[in-house]
Design a protein around this ligand. Structure first.
Ligand SMILES: [Zn+2]
Length: 414
């Protein structure tokens, strides 16, 4: 506990943050916090960090004085451009500034307007609006984005997913920490479909990208809804394989990008190893058993305030057929949900230059199928910003739901 009487902890599922000190300065209290490193990642030549999630308690000891929490090593994080700052003004990355997330009940996450990135440190001040939201509460949680812990994932699997007559949950292997690697097989419960397509949806390879789990919750809820006509039409043509949590160990340990051994899973698909990246090893093995006609890998991007697809243009097997399927999927996605857009995204690779250790590229090469990476923002959708919530858990869920419309549009052409 800090000398001022304030409490600090990140000792819980998906927590990250170490208390440095608490100081009184100019009539306010300043709490300095370090973001903890992921284990060293060989292929990236660094230890990643950026995810934070911690609790500050005993707020009543402040006696109404303002509190600023400073992430002192924000500038050493993996994507310092994601924090915003003056340099990004006028760029797509600067179109919506980063604002930290806070919550008192761990369910409703609001944005902190007074979030500033200055000289390599992120300053998060509980301003008057935040104080009103806190009311008389004595504790507050801070996070990079609304967290989705491994425990919450397990509750979703045991409740929503396991209870549906459309699903079978298969354990296909284990992680290095001993968590189950699970695939949800979603089928038409009414009977056998002739020559069904195999569609794969995976999320949370990068454990700090918790928006991917909120997306998955929306996606699964709609796919399993017995009354949803789009979901049922899709399941009359396809079997859907879902891995909602690719990296349980990293999620539980509060990492940004790696598993327990420091493997960046989205750089492991060329040659996954059972003793280093078992998560990819087991899922890829399963994909080879079922075949794969389309796949979507769901992520979050630290810098760009937009939802977009990163496609397979750089792959050696990229073709007119795959280009047309990807285009049709993306256009249908935008029609179904205007939070998805086609203007802003990553630079497009020249054909033949793609990194084939990345999931989407490796799968496109192996299966000659459209395989895409979906990126959502940590910040907000700059085309339709939400002042209170930023890019929110509810909009992640809606974007997950809408992917079914886009998938149905292309399924017969796969
Ligand atoms: Zn990612």
């Amino acid at each position: 506990m800090a000398s001022t009487g304030l409490g600090f902890s990140s000792c819980f599922d998906s927590g990250n943050g170490t208390l440095q000190n608490v100081e009184e300065a100019d009539g306010k209290t300043v709490m300095k916090v370090l973001i903890k490193d992921d284990p060293y990642t060989e292929v990236d030549g660094r230890a990643h960090k950026m995810w934070f999630h911690f609790k500050v308690s005993n707020l009543q000891t402040l006696k109404g004085k303002p509190l600023t929490v400073v992430l002192t090593n924000a500038g050493d994080c993996s994507y310092p451009g994601g924090w915003g700052g003056e340099a990004l003004k006028g760029t797509p990355e600067g179109a919506a500034p980063y604002r930290a997330c806070f919550s008192v009940d761990r369910t409703n996450w609001l944005r902190l307007d007074d979030t500033k990135y200055v000289d390599g440190a992120l300053h998060m001040t509980l301003d008057a609006k935040a104080q009103t939201a806190l009311g008389s509460q004595n504790s507050v949680y801070f996070a990079y984005f609304a967290p989705y812990s491994q425990e919450l994932h397990m509750e979703t699997m045991a409740g929503l997913v396991a209870q549906s007559p459309k699903t079978e949950i298969k354990t296909i292997g284990q992680t290095l920490d001993g968590a189950d690697m699970e695939v949800v097989v979603v089928k038409n419960p009414e009977g056998v479909v002739e020559n069904p397509k195999s569609l794969w949806f995976i999320a949370r390879q990068h454990p700090g990208e918790s928006m991917a789990s909120w997306w998955m919750e929306g996606f699964l809820r709609r796919l399993l809804d017995p009354a949803d006509p789009v979901a049922n039409a899709l399941l009359s043509k396809a079997v859907v394989y879902v891995v909602p949590m690719m990296n349980p160990d990293g999620a539980k340990r509060g990492y940004l990008r790696t598993n327990a051994a420091g493997a960046n899973l989205n750089r492991e698909w060329a040659n996954p190893k059972e003793d280093y990246s078992p998560e990819v090893f087991w899922v890829l093995k399963e994909m080879h058993k079922t075949g794969l006609d389309l796949a979507l890998d769901v992520h979050g991007d630290e810098a760009l305030p937009f939802n977009f697809i990163s496609g397979g243009e750089g792959c050696p097997r990229w073709s007119d057929r795959l280009a047309s399927l990807q285009k049709e999927f993306c256009e249908a996605y935008q029609d179904a949900n205007p939070d998805f857009q086609l203007v802003h995204g990553y630079p497009i690779d020249e054909k033949g230059t793609a990194n084939l250790a990345i999931c989407s590229n490796a799968l496109l090469e192996a299966f000659d199928a459209p395989v895409m990476t979906l990126e959502m923002p940590f910040k907000d959708n700059a085309n339709a910003p939400d002042k209170a919530m930023g890019w929110s858990t509810d909009r992640c869920k809606k974007l997950g739901e809408s992917s079914l419309d886009a998938t149905l549009k292309v399924v017969e052409k796969l």
